[in-house]
Design a protein around this ligand. Structure first.
Ligand code: UD1
Length: 312
């Protein structure tokens, strides 16, 4: 029997934990699947990428495109140029993409042109806010996909309302939460709380990286002022995304007392940190879902969300 050749693409940090359980499942069914892992290199720092491969037990990618940072157009175009020859020579039966980052759309577009079938994991999520680059990536990737694998009922409904035929939609649940449960026992071994002298329930966690929150110095400085206020009662730990670190520096801002800025963390350390937090404040879509799954209170620092299942 011919095995199904599936090329899975990862690019940015939130992709790794979604693809890890799928690669594991495909490798466990080696009689059925011939999986291939392509890393576009959208995220390239050790702390944004390498640390995740190690924590999640992922094998090294079969192809590493090394596209790096740039404007949306540059990044999308570089992924397209780099992935085309890889897909042409590997000739997979399916391209599997996850989420909504620039690498997701760029690779789906190339595959569709090469007549390679596209499966999109986390299909159908909508914020209905086209000022977010991710919303454009979600809409277009879903348009290009032959198989739309959704995490939740609202996602099915969004796709049906856009005219996607019901037979293309399969609700599979949330693969990122599969990763979360798989990693919980490993995360429990992390020494992160001791390293920062934190007591379970005695601190909050902040993450911030969306352009809408960090690109305008006024908005960013107002957010830091709010954190300063909260930190008077509850110390806050803030693993700073490289994009945010750059914006804080270029705006000439400093972190207020009580807001402890630290380097981005690997998956296990970060999981051990936030699961013991009194509350989490974030603009990350993934963390909204993860905190919801474990019942950690989460304040979403956005005006809308494509993940309504996380709101009470
Ligand atoms: C990307 C995704 C976003 C996701 C986020 C998670 C898009 C449009 N955005 O945003 O949906 O929530 O990843 O982190 O795809 N940088 C580094 N080292 C790295 C990666 C980035 O220093 O390894 C810096 C670069 O200066 C870069 C900036 O961060 O220009 C932004 O990186 P980029 O990949 O463009 O977008 P993110 O903000 O990370």
């Amino acid at each position: 029997m011919k095995r199904i050749k599936v090329a899975a693409v990862v690019g940015a940090r939130p992709n790794f934990m979604k693809v890890a359980p799928i690669m594991r499942a495909m490798r466990a069914q080696a009689g059925w699947f011939d999986p291939l892992l392509i890393h576009t290199g959208q995220h390239y720092d050790e702390r944004m990428s390498g640390a995740f491969f190690a924590d999640l037990g992922m094998q090294r990618p079969d192809a590493d495109l090394g596209v790096g940072s740039g404007t949306h157009a540059e990044q999308t175009a570089r992924v397209m140029l780099a992935i085309e020859p890889v897909l042409q020579s590997a000739a997979p039966d399916w391209l599997l993409v996850v989420g909504d980052v620039n690498s997701t759309l760029a690779s789906a577009l190339v595959a569709a042109r090469l007549r390679i079938r596209v499966a999109h994991v986390e299909a159908g999520l909508r914020s209905f806010d086209r000022s977010m680059p991710e919303e454009i990536n979600r809409l277009l990737t879903d348009r290009l996909s032959d198989l739309l694998l959704t995490p939740s009922r609202d996602a099915d409904q969004n796709l049906l309302a856009e005219g996607v035929p019901a037979e293309k939609i399969v609700r599979v649940g949330n693969v990122m939460i599969d990763s979360l449960y798989h990693q919980l026992p490993h995360a429990a071994l992390s020494s992160i709380l001791d390293r920062y002298r934190l007591k379970p329930g005695g601190f909050g966690v902040v993450t911030l990286h969306r352009p809408a929150n960090v690109d305008d110095p006024q908005v960013l400085s107002r957010l830091l002022a709010v954190f300063a206020e909260i930190a008077r009662e509850l110390p806050l730990v803030f693993p700073v995304h490289p994009r945010t670190a750059m914006r804080i520096e270029s705006a000439g801002l400093t972190l207020p007392a009580g807001l402890m800025g630290i380097e981005p963390l690997g998956y296990r350390d970060f999981l051990q940190l936030w699961r013991h937090a009194r509350l989490v404040m974030t603009d990350s879509g993934g963390l909204q879902e993860e905190t919801t799954a474990l019942g950690v209170p989460c304040l979403t620092l956005r005006e809308n969300t494509e993940r309504p299942v996380t709101i009470i």
